[in-house]
Design a protein around this ligand. Structure first.
Ligand SMILES: Nc1ncnc2c1ncn2[C@@H]1O[C@H](COP(=O)(O)OP(=O)(O)OP(=O)(O)O)[C@@H](O)[C@H]1O
Ligand SMILES: [Mg+2]
Length: 558
């Protein structure tokens, strides 16, 4: 063996060693598809030993594997092929090429196969992972993006396209800031987010993104910084927050409306308050006015009371004056007549005394005088009696309360007793008296004064109401009319003329002076009822229809 040959053998050995160490196989087929060489560590994976198939036909061995046969066919036609060959669980990357003889004719085929099972598996897994990642990326309800350090878009998901309306070509290398070109506020927010990302590694912000159709969508953006091959990138996502922003805006509007309403209500309230305080002021002013008026009124009231008292006093004085004048006038007549009669009597007595000085008086001297003396003394008696009656009645006018003790008595029973005492007078007439009392009527007062009231009324009926022999009925009805007691006195006599009815209670008013009437009876009744019994009396009458006195008195007088 020469050097050249030994070198060749050494090279072949080295080659065989190398091939047996790396995970590949190589083979050579002659132009009849028979294996001339079959080497390599990968052979063991297909169950062959190096050189085992040498001399065997590949067509025969792989007749069931159309891939191999068709690839070999191509090679025999002069075409290089490479394909992934699957043998059981094994994946081989299979390269086949023809080789040529000196005449440039295809003399056979060389093939090499590398075991790529692991690589393909990991590639497969990688693919699956990518698919999974893609599925995840596409399922995220927001846009996902990756920008380079120049802020150019490199990667994005489908959502990004759908949301913005831009297609792949338009999106590729689109600048991040382009989305917010005419929106200073959004741009400022985005820059702040990017700043945070640069300093803290992560940034987030909210901004309005302008889509292709110029609509603006509010988005929540995130951005995370990462380095790849020494270059800066950032990835992140943008989530549509339209609903939230719309809800917030609604809330804002609602809040605003509420605020407006509150302001409105507050204004209304303060208006109402102002109105109220104005009304209040008016009221206060009115009150002050009223107070002033009240003061004036109470002043004038005081004045009035003073005036009234003064008037009452002067009235009293006047009526007292009238009364005194009346009394003087009334008493003057009987006293005058009495004086004249007594002077006449004295004259006669003086005449007799003078005659007696001359001679002793005889019965002839005295008898003519006696008649005159009798007349004079009678006249004196009659007129003195008249004066005495007047004075007695006048005394009663001033209702002397201390004259009799106050006591509790039944007015009905007492009235009947008084009427009984009047029965001698009644017997001389054809007049009957009825008393109507449904129940005892107790009074705490002075019975004597009431006896006088009843007596005077009855006597007036007898004197003024009926002609002699005229029949008549007097009724006295006593009833309790809380808090007073009512006495209704009626007769069915001639009644009282309308012209004089207003005067009948005046002292000394009488239509019967000629028959000895003083005109004090009713005025005494009036004093008793109004002053002593703190009550009232009124008279209703018409000529020819009798009289009716309605009296009210207190049941308990002080
Ligand atoms: N029952 C009566 N019917 C008709 N007239 C009456 C009746 N009672 C009173 N008078 C009228 O009222 C007048 C006043 O009555 P009053 O009792 O005051 O005085 P008088 O009876 O005339 O006098 P006196 O009471 O002194 O006898 C009477 O004069 C009479 O005209
Ligand atoms: Mg009388």
């Amino acid at each position: 063996m020469n050097n050249k040959d030994s070198n060749k053998t050494e090279q072949m050995e080295l080659f065989s060693k190398l091939v047996s160490q790396i995970p590949m196989l190589i083979y050579v087929l002659d132009k009849h598809w028979n294996f001339k060489l079959s080497e390599g560590a990968a052979l063991s994976k297909i169950g062959l030993k190096p050189g085992e198939v040498v001399g065997k036909s590949a067509r025969e061995l792989y007749k069931d594997n159309t891939n191999i046969i068709s690839s070999l066919d191509q090679a025999y036609k002069g075409i290089d092929t490479s394909s992934i060959l699957k043998l059981d669980d094994l994946y081989l990357e299979h390269y086949i090429a023809p080789y040529y003889n000196k005449n440039n004719e295809i003399d056979g085929v060389v093939g090499a196969a590398i075991d790529v099972t692991n690589r393909l598996k990991s590639e497969d897994e990688l693919q699956k992972t990518r698919e999974l990642q893609n599925a995840i990326l596409e399922s995220v309800p927001g846009m996902i993006y990756m920008y380079n350090d120049l802020g150019e878009l490199l990667f994005w998901n489908k959502w990004h396209e759908t949301m913005t309306g831009y297609n792949k070509e338009e999106l590729y290398l689109k600048k991040f800031t382009d989305w917010f070109e005419n929106d200073e506020q959004s741009l400022a927010a985005i820059n702040q987010g990017l700043q945070d990302m640069k300093t803290k590694g992560f940034g987030e912000t909210e901004a309005y993104l302008e889509c292709k159709d110029k609509t603006k969508i509010p988005l929540y953006f995130t951005a995370r910084l990462f380095k790849l091959d020494g270059k800066d990138y950032f990835v992140g996502m943008g989530v549509d927050i339209s609903n939230r922003v719309a809800a917030e805006n609604k809330l804002k509007v609602l809040n605003h409306t509420l605020e407006e309403k509150v302001i409105e209500r507050t204004q209304e309230l303060s208006d109402a308050n102002i109105e109220l305080s104005e009304v209040n002021q008016e009221l206060t002013a009115m009150n002050e006015e009223m107070q002033a008026m009240n003061e004036e009124l109470s002043n004038s009231n005081e004045k009035m009371i003073k005036m009234q008292n003064f008037l009452v006093e002067s009235e009293k004085m006047a009526s007292l004056g009238g009364l005194v004048a009346g009394v003087a006038h009334e008493i003057n007549t009987p006293i005058g007549i009495g004086m004249t009669a007594s002077t006449h009597l004295q004259d006669m007595v003086n005449d007799l005394l003078e005659l007696n000085k001359e001679r002793p008086l005889t019965s002839e001297d005295i008898i003519p005088y006696l008649e005159d003396i009798d007349k004079a003394t009678h006249m004196i008696y009659k007129n003195l009696n008249r004066a005495a009656t007047l004075i007695k009645s006048f005394k009663q006018l001033s209702v002397d309360q201390s004259a009799e003790p106050k006591r509790l008595f039944d007015l009905c029973e007492y009235t009947n007793e008084v009427l009984l005492s009047l029965s001698p007078s009644m017997k001389k007439t054809k007049i009957k008296i009825n008393t109507i009392c449904k129940e005892p009527v107790m009074i705490n007062g002075y019975p004597g004064s009431l006896a006088q009231v009843i007596t005077n009324l009855v006597m007036n009926s007898l004197k003024h109401g009926y002609l002699a022999e005229q029949k008549g009925i007097i009724t006295i009805e006593i009833n309790r009319k809380d808090p007073m007691i009512e006495i209704v006195y009626k007769d069915d006599g001639v009644g009282i003329d309308n012209d004089i009815i207003d005067k009948i209670f005046e002292p000394f008013f009488t239509t019967n002076r000629s028959n000895g009437g003083t005109g004090l009876g009713l005025s005494i009744i009036y004093s008793i009822i109004t002053q002593q019994y703190k009550g009232s009396i009124k008279c209703d009458s018409e000529k020819g229809k009798g009289v009716k006195f309605t009296i009210y008195i207190k049941e308990d007088i002080i």
